[in-house]
Write a protein that binds this ligand. Structure first.
Ligand code: HEM
Length: 508
C-alpha cells in the first residue's frame, strides 16, 4: 500500500511546485507589462496637456459616446491642442479652424502620415492608399488613383452622362415604392457605389446584385467597428486577437470576406485586358504591375491593388451615401427649406430637363443646402487618424515624430469664432444678401492639406446630380405621425439611424 501512495504524493508535490512556479512567472510577466504600459502612458516633455488617463487603458472609455463632442468639450478646458492617452498611445487632438489650418495646411508635410496602429497594420499592412504610411508607396498610389479618377471620371462629359443615367435608375427604383414609406439606405448606397464602380471596374452593378451589396454591407459594418472600444483595446493590447469573442473578431472575419470577394472580382474584371490601353482603374494598376523591374518597385503588388480597390470603394460609398441620406432627412424635416429647393430647381430646370453640372452655377440655394448638410452633419467627424513625420511645434507644444494625431473636423464646423449659432441648421449662412453662394473658410468636410480627400471633386458632382434629380422628381415627407430620431449612428462616419420616408411624385 505504502509503496503505491508514495510516488503519487511525490508527483502531487511536483505538480504543486510547477503551479507555484507558473503563477509567479505569470505575476512577474503581468507586473512587467503593467510597468511597461504605465511608462508608455507618461506624456513626453513639452507635450500638450489633457484629461488624466486611467492606468493601463488611458482615456479609451471617454470615447464610447460621441467622441467628437467629448473632444470639443475637452478643448474648451485644455485648449485647441490637447492630448489623450489611448491605451499607451499618446495622441494629440487638433480642434478649431485656426489650429487645423496651421497643422494640416501650413505644416502639411509634417502632419501627413498615418499612425502605425496594430489594427491598420493587420487590415492593410500600412500599404494600399488610404491607410498607407507616408512615402513612395502612398505618393505613387495617390498619383495613380487621382489620374485614373480624372481620366475615367471628371474630365469626360460622357462620365457626367453616366451619372445622370444612374440618377434615372435611382428615380425609377424610388418610384417602385409609389409614395409609400421606405428606408432609402440601400437604394442610395447602390446608386452611389455604382459611380465609383464605373471608374474602378468600368461597369455599374444592378440593384439586385446581392453579392456586391453584401460586401458593401459588411465593409461598412467594419467602418463602424474600427472605432469601437474593442478596436481601441486591440490597438493597445494586440494579444486580444487570441480572445475568441469580441467585436474585433467580427471585424477580422468581415475583412477576410471582403478581401476574398475583391480578389475574385478583380480577376474577373481584368480578363480580356490589353496592356497599356486601360479600361478602368484595375487595368491601370495592372499596367504598373507589368512595369516592375527592380526590388524598389515592390510598392506595386496584387495585395496593394486589393487594398486600394477596397479603400476607394468604401471611401467613396460610405461618405457620399450618408450625405445624401442626411440631406433627404433634413428636407423632410424642414418643408420650408425643401420648398425653396423645389422653387429653384423648377425655375432653372423648368421644362423638366435633367440637371447637368453647368446648372450648378444657377442654383446657389441647392449648393447652400448641400454645404450646410456637410457642415452640420459632420460625415467624417474625426477625419482619418494622422501621424507626424517629424518632430513638430504647435502653439509652443512639442509633438514628437510618429505621434498619432486626431483631426476633430466637427470642432471646426462648430467653431464659434467662424460660425454664428453653429448648432442651428441654416443653409442661409452660405448665401450673401443677394442670394449668391459664398464660400466659407472654416468649411472642411474633406479635410485639408496634401492628404485631404482624394474624391472631393467626384463627391461634389455626385451630390449635386443625385440631390437635384431627386428633388426635381419628388416631394419628401415622413409617414404621418412619425418623427425620426436625429441622433447619429457612430462610427468613422456619422450616419442617420434607419428611417422611413415617403417620396411622393411631384406634378411637373
Ligand atoms: C461627401 C463625401 C466625402 C467626404 C465628406 C469625404 C471626406 C474625407 C475625409 C475627411 C478624408 C480624410 C482626409 C485626411 O486624412 O485628413 C477623406 C479621405 C479620402 N477620401 Fe474622401 N470623402 C468623401 C468622398 C470620397 C469619394 C467619392 C472618394 C473616392 C472614391 C473618396 C476617397 C478618399 C480617399 C482615397 C481618401 C484617403 C486619401 C489619402 O489618404 O491620401 N472620398 N475623405
Amino acid at each position: 500500500m505504502v509503496s503505491i501512495r508514495l510516488p503519487y504524493l511525490g508527483s502531487a508535490v511536483q505538480y504543486g511546485h510547477t503551479c507555484v512556479g507558473l503563477c509567479s512567472l505569470l505575476v512577474t510577466l503581468l507586473f512587467v507589462l503593467l510597468i511597461r504600459q504605465l511608462a508608455k502612458q507618461r506624456r513626453p516633455p513639452g507635450f500638450p496637456p489633457g484629461p488624466s488617463p486611467i492606468p493601463v487603458i488611458g482615456n479609451i472609455f471617454s470615447l464610447a459616446t460621441e467622441p467628437h463632442v467629448f473632444m470639443k468639450k475637452q478643448s474648451e478646458i485644455y485648449g485647441q491642442v490637447f492630448s489623450l492617452d489611448l491605451g499607451g498611445y499618446s495622441t494629440v487632438v487638433l480642434n478649431g479652424y485656426d489650429t487645423m489650418r496651421e497643422c494640416l495646411y501650413h505644416q502639411s508635410d509634417v502632419f501627413i502620415d498615418r499612425p502605425s496602429l496594430p489594427l491598420f497594420n493587420k487590415m492593410t499592412k500600412m500599404g494600399g492608399l488610404l491607410n498607407a504610411k507616408y512615402g513612395r508607396g502612398w505618393i505613387e498610389h495617390r498619383k495613380l488613383a487621382s489620374n485614373t479618377f480624372r481620366y475615367f471620371g471628371s474630365v469626360q462629359k460622357q462620365f457626367e452622362r453616366k451619372i445622370s443615367e444612374e440618377c434615372m435608375f435611382f428615380v425609377d427604383a424610388i418610384d417602385d415604392h409609389k409614395g409609400k414609406p421606405f428606408n432609402p439606405k440601400h437604394l442610395v448606397t447602390n446608386a452611389v457605389s455604382n459611380i465609383t464602380n464605373l471608374i474602378i471596374f468600368g461597369e455599374r452593378f444592378t440593384y439586385d446584385d446581392h453579392d456586391f451589396q453584401h460586401m458593401i454591407e459588411i465593409f461598412s459594418e467594419n467602418v463602424e467597428l474600427a472605432v469601437s472600444g474593442w478596436s481601441f483595446l486591440y490597438n493597445a493590447f494586440p494579444w486580444i486577437e487570441y480572445i475568441p469573442f469580441g467585436k474585433h473578431q467580427k471585424l477580422f472575419r468581415n475583412a477576410a470576406e471582403v478581401y476574398e470577394f475583391l480578389l475574385l472580382i478583380i480577376e474577373r474584371f481584368s480578363e480580356g485586358r490589353n496592356p497599356q490601353s486601360p479600361r478602368h482603374y484595375i487595368d491601370s494598376y495592372m499596367d504598373e504591375l507589368d512595369q516592375i523591374t527592380t526590388e524598389s518597385d515592390s510598392i506595386w503588388s496584387k495585395e496593394n491593388l486589393i487594398y486600394s480597390v477596397g479603400e476607394l470603394i468604401i471611401a467613396g460609398t460610405e461618405t457620399t451615401t450618408n450625405t445624401i441620406r442626411w440631406a433627404m432627412l433634413y428636407m423632410a424635416l424642414y418643408p420650408n427649406i425643401q420648398e425653396k429647393v423645389h422653387k429653384e430647381i423648377d425655375s432653372v430646370l423648368g421644362n423638366g430637363k435633367p440637371p447637368s453640372l453647368e446648372d450648378k452655377q444657377s442654383m446657389p440655394y441647392v449648393e447652400a443646402v448641400l454645404h450646410e448638410v456637410l457642415r452640420f452633419c459632420n460625415i467624417v467627424p474625426l477625419g482619418i487618424f494622422r501621424a507626424t513625420t517629424q518632430d513638430a511645434v504647435v502653439n509652443s507644444y512639442t509633438i514628437p515624430k510618429g505621434t498619432m494625431v486626431i483631426t476633430n473636423l466637427y470642432s471646426v464646423h462648430f467653431d464659434e469664432k467662424y460660425w454664428t449659432d453653429p448648432g442651428t441648421f441654416s443653409p442661409q449662412r452660405f448665401l450673401d444678401s443677394n442670394g449668391d453662394f459664398v464660400r466659407r473658410e472654416a468649411f472642411v468636410p474633406f479635410s485639408l492639406g496634401r492628404r485631404h480627400c482624394l474624391g472631393e471633386q467626384l463627391a461634389r458632382m455626385e451630390m449635386f446630380l443625385f440631390f437635384t434629380t431627386l428633388l426635381q422628381n419628388f416631394n419628401l415627407q415622413f409617414p404621418p405621425g412619425i418623427v425620426p430620431n436625429l441622433t447619429p449612428k457612430l462610427g468613422m462616419t456619422l450616419q442617420p439611424l434607419p428611417y422611413s420616408i415617403c417620396a411622393v411624385r411631384r406634378q411637373q
